[in-house]
Write a protein that binds this ligand. Structure first.
Ligand code: ADP
Ligand code: ZN
Length: 733
């Protein structure tokens, strides 16, 4: 029943982890606390059951902008939902009240402070309430990072609605917060469901901040036409980075607390509708954004805690597709936060310092970043390598004589009497005449200047790395360094540390996470771009965020399977009945037009793979692990054949796939192998002619080139030629 609802309204054919359990609680009216990471699909856990149970579901949500987005999104799915808040006119409120009384609403969103008012409670009591869902429930807890006093009032809900089940949802992991939520809401024997906090679809990278504009541009260039956020530590930097990027042809807008409400809203909307690609912001840009297809989150400075970093970077990839989180850290940032903590009279200074230190350890660390993050939040990490962070992708250079470097650092720590922190230690090793060093007589130590050839920031990084590998510990409030028993082993030469050198950004090779590129497999990128633009236009017209029209995943599926009819389109993940009725036509038109013009075929899942899939009418599924069943075994075979220079027809005969699929594989193969010579597959004359044509038409799009030859050269040939020409370009850059 729940699955039917998921299919009908959302076009989803399966549950995500713990969704079924969470929905069952709501369905069975058993109180619950559900902890799932951002993007885990919490909203569906109450939205889907709301369609199955009698009455109206009341949803408590802290932010007005989130309420609006959720309600817009539900309406697009064909679900009757509404919110009541202070932004509405009297007439709008009356309309909602009427809909509520008439029983036509399935979900009603209300802010906590309004919900607990006596007149609201009286109003709600006029109708059957199916259940109450509390979103962002950690706001009720003082232990959480987002405590909101108005949430405390929710403690009264239980008395006002004694027979109605209450369901709390949060992404905050700590046990203490969880308990607090259950107690504050007076939950009765709640089912507590806690998901994993790892976000396997995010690629984490951490680099030392250098020439930040170039560093940021390098990332943006990897994500052409994709949405992302750049977080900056100050308003001034927001303005300058945004302006400079725009001057260089990127499409960005700034967002910070120094702007008027109107400006901020406008820029946020432009981002949501995808009129721009990148929002450059301070952390003021936060909770209110509910954009599922953020493909990269860049931090140009270090946040003050790992909790903050997890939150902010977590805004990437909520749709479960691959996304990238890059942190640029610097020593000055650390000093600034440290000073803030020291200057503040906060009782929580020690905890704040610990969080900051964890942040530094993460930034400079050399172990898997997925592991570091989940372990910090108290979870085990089972994989040896995540395949999705700069460490596991081996993008960082190892220091060759790590044992000797490690020994030099540790012996300096010992000689300094284990009474100084990492900054000071790095000064000594660097050979600084800093007045503290001189006053302590440490310029006379044998370790003074022993690493003079290295930069101070490298030395600091290595100290951090030695801490994270348990050769050193930081002690006390000031993070004084001391050598551990394992460190003594290192001094004796019995164990070797792993030390990494942050490579220059410009030379650093970014490895593609193969685990994650699978989600693009078989996707026609040009069609994807066309559909993305269509989505933008439709979203802007309806004043809704782009993902409300279709998610990125759905766009990719549409560009992969290219349905030609309503009947085939409904099988695409993310296309429910209502969305099909609203958006089916324009998207089918665009797909038709594209396929006809580019000679790409429709209904791609029908080709060849039937025997594997059982029946041609089965629904295509496109999560990374189940792309085109059957293609897994065929693609490597095709690649082998390409490697031997086998002609296309022979590859097709051997693999039993449509020619367009084979050509798609070949382009991918050419790209992966960096080939520049296409002559095993196309004739040399055509290649030369196409090369000439690209001088005018560029290598990005097929159609302009196709038109130059007026159909004389096929799309397949052009596609193969362009793949090689792009490699040529990359070589000459
Ligand atoms: P959270 O509130 O936990 O951060 P959301 O509820 O916003 O996550 O869901 C994140 C995205 O995942 C949304 O685009 C949502 O539609 C999608 N989603 C949720 N459940 C499923 C599912 N079972 N199958 C496919 N997509 C899903
Ligand atoms: Zn890793």
């Amino acid at each position: 029943m729940l699955l039917d609802v998921l299919q009908k309204y959302w076009g989803y054919s399966e549950f995500r982890t713990l969704q079924e359990e969470a929905m069952s609680c709501v369905f069975d009216a058993r109180d619950s606390v559900v902890v799932l990471p951002t993007g885990g699909g919490k909203s569906l856990c109450y939205q889907a059951p709301a369609m199955c149970r009698e009455g109206v579901a009341v949803v408590v949500s802290p932010l007005i902008s989130l309420m609006k987005d959720q309600v817009d999104s539900l309406k697009t799915c064909g679900i009757s939902a509404a919110f009541i808040n202070s932004t509405q006119s009297v007439a709008e409120k009356r309309q909602v009240a009427d809909d509520f009384r008439n029983g036509t609403l399935r979900l009603l969103y209300i802010a906590p402070e309004r919900l607990v008012q006596p007149q609201t409670i009286e109003f709600l009591q006029q109708q059957t309430i199916s259940f109450i869902a509390v979103d962002e429930a950690h706001c009720i807890s003082e232990w959480g990072h987002d405590f909101r006093p108005e949430f405390r009032e929710l403690a009264r809900l239980r008395d006002s609605f004694p027979d109605i089940s209450i369901h709390a949802f949060t992404a905050t992991a700590t046990e203490q917060v969880r308990q607090d939520i259950a107690e504050q809401l007076a939950l009765r024997d709640p089912q507590i469901l806690v998901g994993s906090f790892d976000r396997p679809n995010l690629v984490y990278r951490s680099e030392r901040r250098d020439s930040i504009l170039d560093q940021a541009r390098e990332i943006l260039d990897r994500h052409k036409n994709e949405s992302g956020i750049i977080y900056c530590p100050s308003r001034r930097e927001v303005d300058s980075i945004s302006a400079e990027l725009n001057a260089n042809g990127y499409r960005t807008l700034p967002y910070h607390a120094g702007m008027t409400d109107g400006e901020r809203r406008q820029n946020q909307e432009a981002f949501a509708e995808e009129s721009i690609d990148t929002i450059v912001a301070t952390v003021a840009f936060g909770m209110g954004i509910d954009k599922s297809n953020v493909r990269y989150v860049i931090h140009t400075g270090m946040p003050k805690s790992l909790e903050n970093y997890q939150q902010e970077s977590g805004r990437a990839g909520r749709d479960s597709l691959e996304a990238e989180c890059v942190l640029f850290y610097s020593l000055s940032e650390f000093m600034r936060w440290k000073k803030n903590i020291e200057d503040g009279s906060d009782a929580g200074a020690e905890a704040a310092m610990r969080s900051l230190q964890a942040m530094v350890d993460y930034s400079t660390g050399v172990s898997c970043r997925h592991r570091s993050l989940v372990q910090y939040f108290g979870e085990d990490f089972k994989l040896d390598s995540c395949g999705a962070c700069d460490v596991c992708l081996q993008e960082l250079d190892e220091v060759e004589d790590a044992l000797i470097v490690g020994q030099k650092i540790l012996s300096s720590v010992v000689r300094q009497g284990e009474r100084f922190g990492s900054e000071y230690t790095s000064l000594v090793l660097k050979g600084s005449r800093d007045k503290r060093v001189v006053a302590n007589g440490h310029d006379g130590l044998s370790t003074w200047g022993i690493l003079a050839d290295e930069s101070q920031s490298s030395i600091r990084d290595w100290i951090g790395q030695l801490v994270s590998q348990d050769f050193l510990v930081r002690v006390g409030e000031f993070g004084t360094l001391a050598v551990t028993p394992r460190g003594r082993e290192l001094l004796r030469g019995n164990v070797t540390p792993k030390l990494l050198r942050a490579a220059e950004t410009t030379t650093r090779q970014k490895k593609r996470s193969t685990k994650l590129t699978a989600s693009w497999e078989g996707v026609d990128r040009e069609l994807f771009d066309d559909l993305r633009i269509l989505r933008h236009d439709l979203a802007a017209e309806a004043s809704v965020p782009a993902y409300v029209v279709f998610t990125d995943e759905t766009l990719r599926e549409l560009s992969r399977f290219r349905p030609s009819t309503v009947e085939t389109m409904i099988r695409i993940k993310g296309v429910g009945e209502k969305r099909l009725a609203t958006y089916g036509e324009p998207f089918l038109d665009a797909i038709r037009k594209y396929c006809e013009q580019s000679g790409v075929e429709f209904d791609a899942w029908l080709d060849g793979a039937d025997s594997v899939r059982g029946s041609a009418t089965s629904r295509p599924r496109a999560d990374a692990s189940s792309v085109e069943p059957g293609s897994r075994s065929v693609k490597p075979r095709a690649f082998d054949l390409f490697r031997e220079g086998t002609p296309l027809e022979a590859v097709q005969a051997e693999t039993d796939r449509a020619m367009s699929t084979i050509v798609g594989y070949l382009s991918e193969f050419i790209q992966l192998e960096g080939l520049t010579d296409p002559t095993p597959w196309i004739d040399e004359t055509s290649f030369d002619r196409i090369r000439l044509a690209t001088r005018e038409a560029g290598t990005e799009r097929l159609k302009p080139i196709y038109e130059v030859f007026e159909g004389e050269i096929s799309y397949d040939t052009i596609r193969i030629a362009l793949a090689c020409l792009k490699n040529e370009e990359a070589l000459s850059e």
